[in-house]
Design a protein around this ligand. Structure first.
Ligand code: MG
Ligand code: MG
Length: 270
């Protein structure tokens, strides 16, 4: 059952999302060669608590940390550790926080220094596919329209679209209905309705779509060990259209990047 939110609840969710957006922005300034993912995890936990919020992943389904840290061939759900990041790596950081009893949950894949051009392209296309999917989040469309759009966009570049892990409804629990797959068929799936709040999160592999899980019971990685990217936003459907609750503005500010990719989905009070 889709749990529809009121306008007031959506504003409370925006505050929860903002905690995560700012945390990713803080991390953007810290992600560099020599830094360990465990160090970044501790920074994030303190930063989230300073904002009067609670780390959303810590303890959720018994996950041991604040951040999911998934370098290179890891797709998602990587556990922070003592291995320093190296020049040329990529690191997908997925972060959750609870504020106002609501979850924020979004992710960004960062480049560590200079990365190979083909990996840079994987990051760019995966992020673009996120917005391609968000554009379909309209009343009258269905979950399959979102998945179809993301899948087509990524497969056109020869990339593998992970099947086993999907986006989801978001609210007072981390995973609500409906599932939001990154693949699908036009006109199929659940109907999108006013007031629904979702996390869209393409997990896109440079090679095969096939994945494996490590013996730690968490880490998902590509079967061919080629890199994988993950970008995620939180979105509400308001006035029939997608409106971003999360933002990468803080990441871009830290990285010194100009971007207008979020402009069409921004919140306006009017
Ligand atoms: Mg996430
Ligand atoms: Mg999610």
């Amino acid at each position: 059952m889709i749990i529809v939110k009121t306008k007031e609840e959506i504003e409370l969710m925006r505050e929860a999302a903002l905690v995560v957006s700012k945390t990713l922005g803080m991390l953007a300034g810290e992600v560099k060669p020599g830094v360990t993912t465990l160090y970044l995890d501790k920074l994030a936990e303190a930063f989230i608590r300073e904002q009067g919020a609670i780390p959303g992943f810590l303890g959720l389904y018994d996950f041991p940390n604040t951040l999911c840290m998934s370098p290179n061939a890891q797709v998602v759900h990587g556990i922070p550790n003592d291995t320093p990041l190296q020049e040329g790596d990529i690191i997908s950081i997925d972060c959750g926080a609870i504020k106002n009893d609501f979850y924020g949950d979004h992710a960004y894949t960062f480049a560590i220094g200079e990365i190979a051009p083909e990996v840079e392209k994987l990051l760019r296309i995966t992020k673009e596919s996120l917005y391609v999917g968000i554009r379909e989040l309209r009343v009258g469309k269905r979950t399959g329209d979102v998945g179809y759009a993301i899948q087509q966009y990524c497969e056109a570049h020869g990339y593998g679209v992970v099947r086993e892990l999907v986006g989801h409804g978001l609210g007072k629990t981390m995973h609500e209905d409906p599932e939001m797959p990154n693949y699908g068929r036009r006109g199929r799936g659940k109907k999108l309705i006013e007031g629904m709040t979702v996390a869209i999160e393409p997990m896109i592999n440079m090679g095969t779509k096939r994945i494996e899980q490590l013996a730690d019971g968490w880490t998902i990685l590509t079967r061919d060990r080629k890199p994988s990217a993950h970008f995620e936003h939180d979105i509400a459907i308001v006035n029939g259209k997608p409106q971003l609750l999360s933002t990468f503005d803080y990441v871009y500010e830290a990285l010194g990047v100009e971007s207008n990719e979020e402009d069409e989905f921004r919140f306006s009070k009017s």
